[in-house]
Design a protein around this ligand. Structure first.
Ligand code: NDP
Length: 490
């Protein structure tokens, strides 16, 4: 399948319903992080290409062929799009596995089904959401209606290339907007293919444009564009902050940010079955090789169960095979690129230097492949002031922080600049609810690691998010303006 997916590869920008080279003629290389080999040369979009895409998106929005279509008609097209994504799932999964180094089984079993579900769910939802009538007296009729916001820029990361784009595309398109998607320069291929499938499904030209290119050029051009009405961003907190500057320095476009995390997994004194806890903890820390915004990278564990849990975690690592992402047994692929590998190894060194103890892993593996693999790594004896406890590593590294009382555990869990996700493990229902309420995070899993599903909103407290939520009906809030229509009755 890898060869087949590559033989059909599209590498140009998709603007106004057509594939096109970058106006500058420039390209950039995308590589396979499992081998270090170049996969393809992709159009390097910049300001000129973003301008062209915004013009096409604005034209499409104004002509109303999508924006003023009845919701039920938009639903039909989006359901067809979902069917096409499903029909091409193997190809799309392979593109993400090759470019992002994600295990193919995760791409097939998680990313693709979730992407299809996302499109189906928003397609089905859009003709079932109602506007509101204000409780006026008999002299007036106050309608509160939602309208699509207009031209939406979506800037997305490389860790879930397809799914992160889908979380933006599905509610934004269902609401009637036009879009320009800027994928990460490390993973452009599946987004480009998606634009082609959307067009095949009947999305009018100009409604969905994909401009590959670097963040500093294409991303910034979208953020600063005077005719983009909003940007929805997923990525690091640092770059998210840039988008607030871009908006402030341009047209005050709306900005929503889904940013980084350093999510705690809080295991209290009386946890459920420790085998299950260990399995969940490892999944939270290692899925997607830890390159996951909601990664449960801090394990805050009561001293009474600490030793027993360490034992189970170490033996549970046997199930986490590191290797070729295209091999069916692989659960941990390579880090996305060489600089990221160096960053993750740098954190592992810092953990050792700052006095934490490596219980397992602790270095690069499979170097002979040319890929950027890191052994799943568990640190014990971590304290909250160490860099491995404070900063987002975005790799397969778990930091164990022991504690003695529930108050202390909760304080340690909340002592972070981030607030994306958290988990609490306890057999006591009252404690579970009390602690779930007290954790300062957008999603709290009880006795499991979970981001919820498409029906529930996803986003962060504190420096993990700003301005809106992905998923759930709440996502429609991001992509619509509210208008009051006031009718005076005589
Ligand atoms: P980055 O913030 O580096 O990049 C995200 C996107 O922003 C990319 O498309 C990137 O382009 C673009 N970008 C980079 N610099 C700029 C700039 N100066 N101006 C405009 N756009 C720019 O994040 P990563 O791609 O490295 O992804 C990892 C991060 O994403 C982690 O911090 C993770 O926590 C977060 N994330 C958050 C999620 C959430 O839902 N909260 C989900 C998934 C990831 P390019 O890379 O092409 O240069």
């Amino acid at each position: 399948m890898a060869i087949e997916a590559l033989s059909r590869l599209r590498t140009q920008a998709f603007i106004d319903g057509r594939f096109t080279d970058a106006a500058s003629g420039k390209t950039f290389s995308t590589e396979n992080p499992a081998t270090g080999a170049v996969l393809a040369e992709v159009a390097a979009g910049d300001t000129a290409d973003v301008d062209a895409a915004v013009r096409a998106a604005r034209r499409a929005f104004e002509d109303g062929r999508w924006s003023r279509l009845a919701p039920a008609a938009r639903k039909t097209v989006l359901l067809r799009f979902a069917d096409l994504v499903e029909a091409n799932a193997e190809e799309l999964a392979t593109l993400d596995a090759l470019e992002a180094g994600k295990p193919i089984t995760d791409c097939r079993d998680i990313d693709l089904p979730d992407t299809v579900k996302t499109f189906r769910w928003y397609a089905e939802a859009i003709d079932k959401v109602f506007d509101a009538v204000a409780p006026t007296g008999p002299d007036a009729l106050g309608l509160i209606v939602r309208e699509p916001i207009g031209v939406v820029g979506a800037v997305v990361p490389w860790n879930f290339p397809l799914l992160m784009a889908a979380w933006k595309m599905a509610p934004a398109l269902a609401s009637g907007n036009s879009m320009i998607v800027k994928p990460s320069r490390l993973t452009s291929l599946s987004a480009i293919r998606m634009a082609e499938l959307a067009s095949e499904a009947g999305l009018p030209d100009g409604v969905l444009n994909v401009v590959p290119g670097s963040g500093s050029e294409a991303g910034q051009a979208l953020g600063r564009h005077m005719d983009v009405d909003m940007v929805t961003f997923t990525g690091s907190t640092e770059v998210g902050r840039q988008f607030l500057h871009y908006a402030a320095e341009s047209n005050l476009k709306e900005i929503t940010l889904e940013c980084g995390g350093k999510s705690p997994q809080l295991v209290l004194a009386e946890p459920p079955d420790l085998d299950i806890v260990a399995e969940q903890v490892l999944f939270a820390a290692l899925v997607n090789q830890g390159e996951n915004c909601s990664s449960g990278s801090r394990l805050i564990v009561h001293e009474s169960v600490h030793e027993a849990l360490v034992e189970r975690l170490v033996s549970g690592l046997a199930a986490w095979t590191v290797g070729d992402p295209l091999a069916p047994g692989t659960r941990i692929g390579p880090m996305i690129e060489r600089p990221h590998l160096d960053k993750v190894l740098g954190y592992i060194d810092a953990g050792r230097r700052e006095g934490a103890r490596v219980v397992s892993g602790g270095g690069r593996v499979l170097e002979e492949t040319g890929g950027y693999f890191v052994a799943p790594t568990i640190f014990d004896g971590v304290t909250n002031d160490m860099s491995i406890a404070r900063e987002e590593i975005f790799g397969p590294v778990l930091s164990m922080i022991p504690f003695a009382s529930e108050d202390e555990g909760l304080r340690l869990a909340n002592e972070t600049a981030y607030g994306l996700a958290a988990s609490v493990y306890t057999r006591d229902l009252d404690t579970a609810f009390r602690v779930a309420r007290a954790l300062r995070a957008g999603v709290v899993g009880v006795n499991a690691y979970s981001e919820g599903d498409i029906t529930t909103p996803f986003g962060g407290y504190k420096q993990s998010g700003f301005g809106g939520r992905d998923k759930g009906l709440e996502a429609f809030e991001q992509y619509t303006e509210k208008k009051t229509i006031w009718v005076t009755l005589r």
